[in-house]
Structure formats: C-alpha cells, structure tokens
Design a protein around this ligand. Sequence first.
Ligand code: ZN
Length: 501
Amino acid sequence: MSTQNNYTTLVRHLQRCRDIAGALRLLEWDQETYLPDGAVESRASQIGALSEVLHEQHTAPHFLDLVDELAERLGELSFEQAVDVRETKWQLDRERALDAALVRERSEQRATARSVWIKARRDDNFAALAPHLEKIVAMERRVAAAIDATRDPYEVLLEAYEPGLRLDRLETVLGEVRAGLQPLVARIRAVNERAPWPASPLLGDFAEDKQLAFNRQVLTAIGFDFANGRIDASAHPFSTTIGSDSRLTTRYDRSDLGYALYSSLHEAGHGMYEQGLDPQARGLPRGSACSLGVHESQSRLWENQIGRSRAFWDYLLPVAKQAFPALAPASVDAVCLAVNRMEPSFIRTESDEATYNLHILLRFELERALIGGDLHVGDLAQAWREKMRDLLGVVPPDDRQGVLQDVHWSAGEFGYFPTYTLGNLYAAQLLETAATELGDIDAVVRAGEFSVLLCWMRDRIHRWGQTWRAAELIERATGSAASAAPLLRHLERKVEWLEQR
Ligand code: ZN
C-alpha cells in the first residue's frame, strides 16, 4: 500500500476511536449529571464494555504496524499529516511500553486508593491512606522506568500531561513564580492585617433557576457556542467533549452568586478551546488539545484574567442587576474587591488567584521528592505542614485540610499539578500579548466585545491543536518563551490595587 493510502487508513482508525471515545464520554457525562441512582451498576458495566472496545481498537496489531510504518516514511507525508503520525506514535509508544499486567495492576491500585482516600479524608486519617500511596509511588516509578529509564522519572510522568516539557524548564519557571510570589504573600498578609474585608455583594439569596439563566447569558456573551454545547449541574464542575459537542457542568450555591459564575467561566474556557479546534481534524492530533497546561490557560483566562478584572464587572454588573434586583445597591468597586479577595488559606481549590500558585509549588516540590525517592510517604503529612508554613505562613490544623485534600496522588496523577500554574502563566502571557496587539483590551471587555479576544485565541492557540508542542505554541503566539513575568506583573498590579483600598 502507498504511504498516502496508509495515512487514510490511519485517519479512519483514529476517527473510529474518536467516536467510540465520544460515546464513552457521553455515558460518563450522564453518570455525573442525570443518571438515576438505581442505574449505577448497569452503567458501570456499559462503561466497562465500551472501554474494552476502545482498548482493543487502540492496541489492534494492524493499527500499531501501520503507525510504525508511517513513522518511517514521514518524508512522504505533508506537514499536517506528519504531525498526526508523529503524535500518534509518541502516544502509542508510551502505552506500548507498559505490559498488560502492569496496566491492570496500576488501575486496580488506583481504584482502591481512590476509595480509601474518600474515607481517609472524611476520618482525617492519613495513616490509613499511606500504605496505598506508597504502592502508588512505587508503581509510578516503575511506569516511568518502563517508558524511559534514561530520564528523570518525574519528567517522564510529567509528559503524560505536558508532552515535550523538560524538567529543567519547568523548574526554571516555577522558580521564578516562587521568587516573585514570596514578597507578594507578605504584602497580602499585611493587607489582611490592616482591615477586615467588607461583606461581598455577591453573597445573598440567588434562586438557582435565575442563576442558570444568568450564567447561560454570560457564557453566550463571551462566545461559548450553545449550538455545540450545554451546561448542566453536577457535584463537581467539569467539562467534556463529545465530538462537536462541548458539555460543561457547574454547581449552584444559592447563597453565593460568584461560585457558579466563576466555575462556569472556567469550564467555558475549556469548552471554547475545544470548540475552536479544527473541525476537519477532529479525533486527530492536529484537532486535539495541545496539553493540559494550554487547556488550563484557556479556562484561567476567562475565570481570572478577564473574569476578575474591573473592566469585566463594568460590563457585567448592569447585566447582573437586571437579573437580580437585590444587587441594585452594589458598586463595581465593592464587587471587584470581593472577587479579588486574597488571603493565605489551607485549601487549594478555594484559594485566591495569587496564593493558588503557592499551593501548586508545594505539591510540585513534594511530589518530585516522592518520585525521586528523597521523601517517604510516611513523612509526607509533616513535610506538607512545614511547606505550608514556609510558603504560605499558615499551618492546617488537620490533614483533611492538608495532605488529604486532593484526590490526584491517590489517583496516581503525579506531574499533573504543575499544569495548573503553567495554565496561569500562559494565560497571563497570552493576554499581555493580545493587549499589545488589540489595543485597549479593557475597552474591548467593557464593551462586551469578547469575540475580538476569542478570535485572537482561536487564531494563535485553538486552531493549531497539537501541531506544535506547548513551549513552541506559546512562543509562536506571544513572540517569546513561556515565562512567569507576565503573571507576576498581573498579580503585582492586583496587590498594589488592594493596598490602596
Ligand atoms: Zn480547568
């Protein structure tokens, strides 16, 4: 067969995988949103069956041979075709490095640890989780060695989420974040010592159906396409993509208008990225998200960079007052102050835009040490408390609000946390570049002309999929290598503003 025919066969195979994966995600989405309690077992069985079908497709010998053959003939393919082959092969090589027994053992360990974690967190009992976590750390080291024994195991694991990212690069940018945030945290603490925060205008009584309508209105305004997506409620907000259909979920808190609003803006950022991928290449690497860090840059852009700006509230507050007459006395100033409240705290997911990154640094440093063998799981809870004191100046009173708060490690996800801060710094760098190219970005936002910004993101980020690895994509989009400086400038301005209140 000719190389071109082989490529066509590859595309058909990947599209088939895409469709099976789409059906699987729809079942999972339904499980998190509308599934009746009595159907949990039959749904688990359906998901299991379809996962097996997908796995068979992924590991079909004729498919593996085809990818290997194409990878040897990249020169006979167009640039775009070569991207699809290169990335498919990269992914497959990682998967093939793990034998079936290891994969099964790994997923059983994770399932067990996850359920132990739920109880351990509830009972504030780290000792119950520790032996499971030890097994998981040992497993991830085995996995990293199987994929590439010549490299730092943490870097190999990190690449599952951020392909191509070198550990020394990550250490450099996170080091910049650390150095830049330390003096800011001291200033944030001083702001908190000076005066108590005034009551937030976004706290009150906001009926769920009204919030739902309001959030739809906001998401439509920023450019989320409801002809190719939905928003529903779930216990934990998430977003998923089913072919050309981007689904978001949020959780409503009747007493806090901000909760669902910010989680919706975040998930919509993810959804709009998916909606901006090349529809002709759906299911192929060129039509798939670049990395978790880049994905997160799109959610953090709308949630934080735009969503917490003064210009955004100049635009949104009049809209919100129409939906919720109780907001009538609220000023833009008061709302901005409330949504930009900064204070060192124990829980990552509830922390502010600045100190959030210190929560990530803490996790990065601890998980690197765990995988590198420099820290034992038995000492983890204590190491957590010490790092909290060093980085944030607060020490959680129990492990529930400390080392037990996140599910990631129990789920075997080592190398995942840094992508959150990478997202924050990519978002700041992208917006800074967009602002120099598009002129007065505040005026654009204040006028509600969000499509100007969305089009810029589509052009610089979305449409490229995995054509470039994240480092190159960011450099092409902004003209310089990824750096923490734009994020630090952004946070510095915020803190300065808080100090002048
Ligand atoms: Zn996210």
